[in-house]
Design a protein around this ligand. Structure first.
Ligand SMILES: [Zn+2]
Length: 585
């Protein structure tokens, strides 16, 4: 390793032709040299590592070349070129304004500018990170810039063009450097690997190129890091392990989970990713990119926008075939919303999970409810005439689309509404329209409540108490009761995540979102009331259940509310939630 030179230096381009990914720009510079149309000041703007300083050096070398070629390139052989190539030239000065930003530094520079070149025609001053100069330094520099000697050329480079004062901007020719395309970087890495005799997998170089985010310098330094780690071999596995890059594979699996409505699978995948140490934001961003890439695959014309290596491209195309375009658009929108909300969210994990669950459920296709035979045993409801019912959490963003699920599990159900898993679904899923009517349940005609009356009467005889209590006290005791429901986690969750509301001195109302929950709570009514009556020393406490109307849910559903609704609909999620030891804030 004694003679080890980092690739970014060893493979730094030394001619305009060898600069990667900035073709338009280098051609313009080359033409300026060829036509002898030189300005005194240039401003090179653009992100870090995209070739600003490199181009400045090549430019300096080219305009000083004693035998420039006809196409405007340096000969690379004359004395001046040799001096440049071996970093011995006195005609190039580099000042890093990030660390030399005082007036004094600029005064020194101004003095140097007065000394004409000994060899060659031009002296080139490269001022890197020029936006870092202090105000006073800027002003001192401005004088030199206004009246430069004929042999002086200034190349100012900056990553932050907006910080350059207008008086400087107006005196410079401005060149905007862009991020280098993934394919360009990948090709260059391939060239370097081949020159160095390093074996590589194309996917691995592709990941490096993407990770570098348009910067060749970063790409090459990652390349060095990975190749030294892999002892001369660059593999896909080595790269993703080394770079903390999330394997494509997670997203392919995730999309499959969406398509098959497997929210549990999606949540577990997310958990796995978090356990690998990835940020939730990183995960959602990756998901959005993946969805975007799938979308791009749907049209042959946009296929070129997919910047992945060929073998993975095939994988994308295959998955894209099983996705409906409208679904992808919808999903992308959802993922994007999740990204936007991420930083302000107090419960980030929940936010992402909610997004995943909704992606699994799919956009709601607007259909009339389909009365099922099993609905007959439910209380009479005007189900058929209910206006286009939709489970609450999905309404906000769902366009009406045909979301084609490859494995529809239950034929009678609308394909886009994933059903709660078998065990608890019978009563819940039978009445999709039930959740949308506001109704206070009267218990008088109910068989169960007949029993409860009897029991209440017995109790009432035993102790007759009438102590006043506050709503907070009620909530506290309510939650105590709920927490005792260890064998019924779903109801426990429902109860602890919504407040009972006191309507009179003794009667309170509790809102549920699903008929299924309503039924379960009715079964518990006697026990709940008995518990409350005892603890609050009031024998007249009475619970009323209310099924919330779809419209009302829609308006102000917090993520917590939405989750609760989903939990109510899908008991399997409750299990999962507890297995993962999750909480709601
Ligand atoms: Zn030359």
């Amino acid at each position: 390793m004694e003679n080890y030179i980092v690739s970014a230096r060893k493979y730094r381009p030394d001619t305009f032709a060898s600069v990667v990914g900035q073709k338009a720009l280098t051609t313009t510079l080359q033409n300026a040299v060829k036509n002898k149309q030189l300005a005194h000041a240039y401003l090179f703007c653009g992100p870090r590592g995209v070739g600003k300083t490199t181009c400045a050096r090549i430019f300096a070398k080219t305009i000083n070349c004693m035998n420039p070629r006809e196409d405007g390139q340096a000969c690379n052989e004359c004395e001046s070129c040799q001096a440049f190539n071996t970093q011995r030239s006195f005609n190039i000065m580099e000042l890093d304004a990030a660390s030399n930003n005082s007036v004094e530094d600029i005064r020194l520079l101004n003095e140097q500018v007065r000394i004409p070149p000994v060899l060659g025609k031009y002296k080139v001053y490269i001022i890197d990170e020029v936006h870092m100069l202090s105000q006073a330094a800027f002003n001192a520099f401005l004088k030199t810039l206004e009246e430069p000697p004929a042999y002086a050329v200034f190349i100012l480079a900056t990553t932050e063009k907006h910080k350059i004062i207008p008086t400087i901007l107006s005196r410079c020719q401005i060149y905007d450097f862009h991020r280098i395309g993934v394919n360009d970087i990948q090709e260059h890495l391939q060239y370097v690997a081949q020159s160095e005799g390093i074996s590589f997998e194309p996917e691995a170089l592709n990941i490096i190129a993407m990770k570098a985010d348009g910067g060749m310098r970063d790409a090459l330094s990652i390349f060095d890091q990975v190749s030294s780690f892999g002892e001369g071999k660059i593999t896909y596995k080595g790269v993703i392990d080394n770079l903390n890059v999330l394997d494509y594979d997670y997203y392919f699996r995730l999309i499959n989970a969406f398509l098959q409505h497997q929210s549990s699978e999606a949540l577990l995948l997310f958990n796995e990713v978090l356990n690998l140490g990835f940020e939730g934001m990183h995960f959602v961003n990756g998901l959005a990119s993946h969805l975007r890439d799938l979308m791009v695959c749907k049209d042959a014309r946009t296929l070129s926008l997919l910047e992945v290596s060929d073998s993975i491209k095939l994988h994308y195309q295959q998955q894209a075939q099983s996705c409906d375009f409208n679904y992808l658009v919808w999903a992308l929108k959802l993922a994007n919303e999740c990204c936007l909300q991420y930083n302000v969210s107090r419960n980030k994990r929940l936010l992402v999970e909610l997004c995943l669950i909704r992606l699994c459920q799919g956009p709601e296709s607007v259909q009339a409810p389909q009365p099922l035979a099993s609905a007959a045993n439910a209380a009479p409801r005007p189900a058929a005439s209910a206006p286009a019912p939709q489970p609450a959490p999905q309404v906000q963003t769902a366009p009406s689309t045909n979301y084609s699920a490859p494995q529809p599990r239950v034929n009678q159900a609308p394909p886009a509404a994933p059903k709660p898993t078998a065990s608890a679904s019978a009563s819940a899923s039978a009445k999709p329209g039930a959740a949308h009517r506001l109704k206070t349940i009267s218990l008088s005609g109910n068989k169960d409540s007949e029993q409860s009356k009897e029991e209440t009467e017995i109790q009432a005889v035993v102790i007759e108490e009438n102590q006043a209590f506050s709503e907070d006290a009620l909530v506290k005791v309510w939650n105590e009761f709920a927490r005792g429901l260890k064998d019924n986690p779903q109801i426990m969750t429902v109860m602890t995540n919504n407040r009972p509301v006191l309507k009179t001195a003794t009667d309170f109302e509790f809102t549920v979102f699903q008929a299924y929950t309503e039924k379960s709570l009715l079964e518990l009514k006697v026990n709940i009331e008995a518990y409350l009556r005892e603890k609050l020393h009031n024998s007249h406490i009475c619970m009323h259940l209310r099924i919330s109307e779809g419209e009302e849910n829609k308006k102000a559903l917090t993520p917590q509310d939405q989750l609760r609704t989903m939990l109510e609909k899908n008991p399997a999620l409750v299990d999962l939630y507890q297995k993962l030891d999750l909480t709601m804030e």
